[in-house]
Write a protein that binds this ligand. Structure first.
Ligand SMILES: Nc1ncnc2c1ncn2[C@@H]1O[C@H](COP(=O)(O)OP(=O)(O)OP(=O)(O)O)[C@@H](O)[C@H]1O
Length: 225
């Protein structure tokens, strides 16, 4: 469980006159459950890339707990991310040819956060928890909803303090999307992870504790504030 502190963050891209993202100040409590929304091009992906250390922060500070990602090299950001962040993407990003259980085990294989046998037991437990019974067949033979459940289990196998989901329900039908949304909320609560979900899904947005709205790379004031 990690809290977030952003100060004077700016992300600029060559060829754009204005910063693609400018956030003077933002604080999230450890264990917060937050939605991130905004029109196409408003800066959601740019913010997610900064929050997860995928992109270097060159202007300002972005601290998770005691760690300011702006001060870390790419290698150290990658190591930090493997340890602290679980990612769920719109298109699952699972490895075809591998089974569900092998996919869930991959982050631990790469980060080596815990012994294999222990990780395997945790992967089995997580697949039970997300409701995926068929674990040994190739993952691409599962339904889309089942694949996203596998991705949720994979995001949690290293017990990350931060869970980030980018449009996790956008490529699912309404029923599967609702089930995946519930799982993300329940599992973030069970593990104490701080949850950030970029989404346009109104049902998911209303279930989260707060909504960050982006427009032209700026955060809009909270509704009712
Ligand atoms: N690598 C880049 N080089 C130049 N401009 C970029 C780059 N990446 C993003 N941008 C610009 O930054 C702005 C924010 O883009 P971003 O992808 O963060 O928006 P988004 O809200 O995630 O959009 P979408 O919902 O369509 O994915 C846009 O104007 C985009 O064109």
């Amino acid at each position: 469980m990690l809290g977030l502190a952003i100060d004077a963050l700016e992300v600029r891209f060559r060829g754009l006159a204005a910063p693609a993202l400018a956030i003077p100040s933002l604080r999230l409590e450890p264990g917060a459950r937050i939605a991130l929304t905004g029109a196409s091009g408003s800066g959601k992906t740019t913010l997610i890339n900064a929050l997860t250390g995928l992109e270097r922060v060159r202007h300002g500070a972005l601290r998770w707990g005691e760690t300011d990602l702006a001060t870390l090299s790419e290698t150290r950001r990658d190591r930090w991310r493997a340890r602290h962040v679980g990612l769920v993407m719109q298109d699952f990003h699972l490895f075809p040819g591998l089974s569900a259980i092998e996919n869930v085990l991959l982050p631990n294989r790469l980060a080596r956060t815990r012994p294999q046998a222990e990780a395997r037991a945790e992967a089995e437990r997580l697949l039970d928890r997300v409701g995926v019974a068929r674990r040994d067949g190739r993952v691409e033979t599962l339904s889309r909803g089942q694949m996203q459940r596998v991705a949720v289990a994979r995001a949690l196998v290293t017990r990350p303090g931060i869970l980030v989901a980018d449009e996790p329900t956008a490529s699912l039908d309404a029923e599967a999307g609702a089930a995946v949304g519930e799982l993300l909320l329940d599992l973030a609560t069970e593990t104490g992870a701080t949850l950030i979900v970029a989404s346009h899904d109104p049902r998911l947005l209303e279930r989260l504790g707060g909504v960050l709205r982006l427009a032209n790379g700026r955060l809009l004031p909270a509704e009712g504030a």
